[in-house]
Design a protein around this ligand. Structure first.
Ligand code: BES
Ligand code: MN
Ligand code: ZN
Length: 496
């Protein structure tokens, strides 16, 4: 990778180190051969391993126009083959850890347009910082402002479009993170609806907000039932993108519990502190739709944001109350902490009425998701075809999703003696029990068969309680945005 480094105006030049089978390997880089060889020979002595998230600063070579060199680990490499996701993570980790510098050049090895786009996407994701509620910026390093990518692909066909897509995706993920990070004192159904309008400004998108009076009048009993314990009333936000050239019609439904206390079935204190993240599904589908609009994809896409705050009070839904979901099905609420499925039921019925070609829903639905798949892998359930398509889209996007079944024997566990369904059932495999509940609310399409659907449970992956890693910050992660956009693109590429 030759480059005139003297023309690169950056405070630091990042090059990659991989973990080969026999120790660290200096990856293809733009340093003069002599310098590169010397550096390659000293990696071991420097204690550089090439592990993911390793970022080491060393003095550069002023004569070559490089003041500070940064060795960024990309993790395991075999035959110099680096996946797009490894590049995304290495770029993100480096840019994140170099906060405080204003200009950085990234010279990770890229031989395809997709790899350059992955570096750009990772960098934009890694530069994310939450403009928090601290009263001063003291002691905090500002995000890197300008990133230059050094690549032999600079003049390749399709690169501008790929970079545009990368920045649109990263901005959508970052906007999702910010919504998730906002404390529930500031973000509640009404202000979430306002934020949706603000984010959609200038885009060809129509937003309709159903307030509590309209929800009550139209019979959205799930959203009303969950929201009625709070002084901040619920909202259902319908976001529509309908370009004239649309080839398919898809719907998205997102869980938007701006705070989940559990309601009358109140959560223990320790389990409640992260529950500002319980609107991550709504934030993800909103921003995925806005990204699709920004990219001008030929799809009619509607997102339904099911917004409520789940609080205990004298007006709250009680365990054993019966709610009537939009469309008429009744649910006995045995546990007010299983509230996500109640608001999603309303949203899924509303989405179904428009008979889209497929529905995806995204929700931080169950703690059982984490028991089954851990904190970084989301579950996907629903029709086999849609689940497989979501999994493939996630693989392409660089997000971890895993398909899980909808075992039919779980359905009777949701039977209720007083209503059509109970809102809790079999505890073992609780992620799937919740999905089996949601399946009851998917309507029929034009041909009379049930609308193809998949449910994405992002309970763990939506919120990073640990340290930052790769391009993933602490707190809100923005998971599912890239997978949903990739799914829409994949559906379109199969349609044309
Ligand atoms: N919002 C939670 C699920 C959750 C837990 C998301 C942890 C993120 C992290 C959901 O509303 C909930 O409370 N689910 C209950 C369901 C149970 C009562 C059947 C759960 O998982 O315990
Ligand atoms: Mn809950
Ligand atoms: Zn919840």
């Amino acid at each position: 990778m030759a480059a005139d480094l003297k023309k690169v105006d950056a405070q630091a030049l990042v090059i990659g180190v991989g973990r080969g089978s026999e120790g660290p390997v200096l990856l293809d880089n733009p340093l003069p051969a002599k310098a590169a060889n010397a550096l390659a020979a000293s990696l071991d002595i420097l204690g550089v391993s090439g592990a993911a998230d390793e970022v080491r600063r060393i003095p550069g070579i002023a004569d070559y126009g490089v003041e500070v060199l940064v060795l960024a680990g990309v993790g395991k490499v075999a035959d110099n083959q680096i996946t797009e996701e490894a590049l995304r993570r290495a770029a993100g980790s480096a840019i994140r850890q170099l906060a405080g510098l204003s200009t950085v050049a990234l010279a990770l090895p890229t031989t395809t347009v997709a790899q350059v786009a992955a570096v750009a996407e990772g960098a934009a994701l890694g530069a994310y910082q939450y403009d928090s509620h601290h009263s001063s910026t003291e002691g905090r390093k500002a995000a890197v402002e300008t990133v230059t990518i050094i690549t032999p692909m600079a003049a390749a066909a399709g690169l501008p479009e790929a970079l545009e897509r990368a920045t649109v995706l990263a901005s959508a993920v970052n906007a999702t993170r910010t919504l998730v990070n906002e404390p529930p004192s500031h973000l509640y159904p009404e202000t979430f609806a306002d934020a949706a309008k603000e984010l959609a400004k200038g885009l060809p998108v129509k937003i309709t907000v159903l307030d509590e009076k309209k929800l009550e009048k139209d019979g959205y009993g799930g959203i009303m039932g969950v929201g009625k314990g709070s002084s901040r009333p619920p909202r259902l936000v319908k976001v529509e993108y309908a370009p004239a050239k649309a080839k398919v019609k898809l719907a998205l439904v997102g869980k938007g519990i701006t705070f989940d206390s559990g309601g009358i079935s109140i959560k223990p204190g320790a389990g409640m502190v992260t529950m500002k993240c319980d609107m991550a599904g709504a934030a993800a589908v909103l921003n995925a739709l806005l990204a699709v609009a920004r990219l001008g994809l030929p799809v009619k896409l509607t997102a339904w944001l099911c917004l409520a705050e789940n609080m205990p009070s004298s007006t709250a839904t009680r365990p054993s109350d019966v709610l009537t979901i939009f469309g008429g099905k009744t649910v006995e609420v045995l546990n007010t902490d299983a509230e996500g499925r109640l608001v999603m039921a309303d949203g899924l019925v509303a989405a179904s009425l428009e008979q889209p070609d497929a529905i995806l829903d995204v929700a931080t639905l169950t703690g059982a998701q984490m028991v089954a798949l851990g904190t970084r892998t989301s579950g996907v359930m629903g029709d086999d075809g849609v689940s497989a398509a979501v999994k493939a889209a996630a693989d392409r996007a660089g997000e971890l999703f895993w398909p899980m079944p909808l075992p039919e024997e779980l359905r009777p566990s949701l039977d209720s003696p007083v209503a059509d369904l109970a809102n809790i059932g079999e505890r073992m495999g609780g992620m799937m029990t919740a999905a089996v509940f949601l399946a009851e609310f998917i309507g029929k399409g034009k041909d009379g068969s049930t609308i193809p659907w998949a449910h994405l449970d992002i309970a763990g992956p939506a919120f990073n309680e640990g340290a930052a890693y790769g391009y993933t910050p602490k707190q809100g992660t923005g998971v599912a945005v890239r997978t949903v956009v990739a799914y829409v693109e994949d559906v379109l590429s199969r349609t044309s």
